[in-house]
Ligand binder design. Structure first.
Ligand code: KG4
Ligand code: ZN
Length: 347
């Protein structure tokens, strides 16, 4: 069964064709990073308008790349939650129109569940059950994955997502957008012990995350004796030497990584899970990959990262998750409504 996946929950417009939830025939992603860069973050209104411009050419490219005619597509899958409301509305409306026009069923997919299942498209697939850490600019969520359609949330961030805190601190330090890759590069070889930053909720009896205290600690440290006045976005870029900046960034990144690794490994032990899968944009972080792999192996765990193109937002993971839903007859009606927050019960 060939499914067309459509993904528009944030700032990537993506379309992909996936056969039987396993074989990626094509996967096209149009990034909007350049459109949002001048504003230092994603502007929801711009995201929606760009999806509108990009969806038709991206879908045409996915069909052409796979050498597939619309008549061969058996279902259309769309991300319906969570995400930016305007962006989701554009994607779901487009998906409905295609399903109606082509006379095929529509499937709604939860973006986070799709991230947690993206590893099923990799060469090396995990055995069920496994623990999935989905860590991106919008989310930091730990799932217990018992089967493709049986996922439970074990913990999530109580404030900022890990990628969001990397992006906000990078913006404050004048490192540009997106901040995660810039911090990753700057931190390489710098002193991770230069500043001891807090690791949120590490001693708490929870698998939730918290990063806002860390963000404040970094800002206060960088500003020294000068107090924060007004909003974080209005602060002037602190004057730091190259060395100070690199050590600060490395110490900050280390705190983010330790928090993610610490909570994930605690959750794996408590749940008796032997495999950990890390996905989402922040899974590209070299220090996170290194520490999760080393500490996971030391704890006897198998740690897997989907390849970069499956970690960041893409539509192949949407089409793959949709196949499992289609097999159980879980199709959506044309009255499908997107939701900015996670819709319960939608895989
Ligand atoms: O999954 P994604 O492409 O989009 C969503 O947010 O859904 O993730 C983007 C996030 C951004 O916060 C970006 O700064 C972060 O992933 N990111 C990284 C790296 N590459 C991307 N964070 C740390 N290190 C990286 N190498
Ligand atoms: Zn995502």
């Amino acid at each position: 069964m060939l499914i067309l996946g459509i993904e528009t929950s944030c700032d990537e417009t993506a379309a992909a064709l996936v056969e039987r939830g396993r074989r990626v025939r094509s996967s096209i992603v149009a990034s909007q990073i350049d459109d949002h860069r001048p504003y230092g973050g994603v502007v929801p209104e711009i995201a929606g308008r760009k999806h509108l411009e990009n969806l038709v050419p991206v879908t045409q490219a996915a069909l052409a790349d796979a050498g597939v005619q619309p008549s061969e597509v058996r279902a259309v899958a769309v991300t319906s939650s969570p995400g930016l409301m305007g962006a989701l509305l554009v994607g779901t409306s487009f998906g409905k129109a295609l399903a109606l026009g082509w006379g095929v069923p529509l499937i709604e997919v939860n973006h986070l569940h799709a991230h947690a299942l993206a590893i099923l498209l990799a060469k090396s697939r995990p055995r069920f059950p496994y623990l999935a850490l989905v860590v991106s600019g919008g989310h930091t969520t730990l799932f217990r994955v018992d089967s493709p359609l049986s996922l439970g949330v074990l913990g999530q961030t109580r404030d900022d997502a890990a990628g969001e805190v990397l992006d906000k601190v990078a913006k404050f330090l004048g490192l540009g957008y997106p901040g995660g890759p810039a911090i990753d590069r700057l931190a390489a070889g710098a002193n991770v012990h230069a500043v001891r930053f807090p690791r949120g909720l590490q001693r708490a009896a929870t698998f939730d995350f918290s990063f806002s205290g860390l963000k404040t600690a970094v800002v206060n440290h960088a500003l020294g004796t000068r107090r924060v006045e007004g909003r974080l976005n209005d602060q002037p870029v602190p004057a730091l030497s190259d060395r100070q900046l690199r050590d600060l960034v490395a110490s900050f990144q280390e705190a983010v990584v330790d928090t993610l690794v610490g909570t994930t490994l605690r959750a794996a032990a408590a749940e008796g899970l032997a495999t950990v899968v890390v996905s989402g944009g922040v899974a590209a972080n070299s220090r996170l990959r290194e520490k999760m792999s080393l500490q996971g192996a030391a704890a006897g765990l198998r740690v897997l990262f989907p390849e970069p193109g499956l970690c960041t937002d893409n539509a192949a993971m949407i089409a793959a998750a949709a196949w499992h839903l289609a097999r159980r007859g879980r199709f959506a009606g044309l009255d499908l409504r997107p939701a900015a927050k996670m819709k319960p019960g939608v895989c």
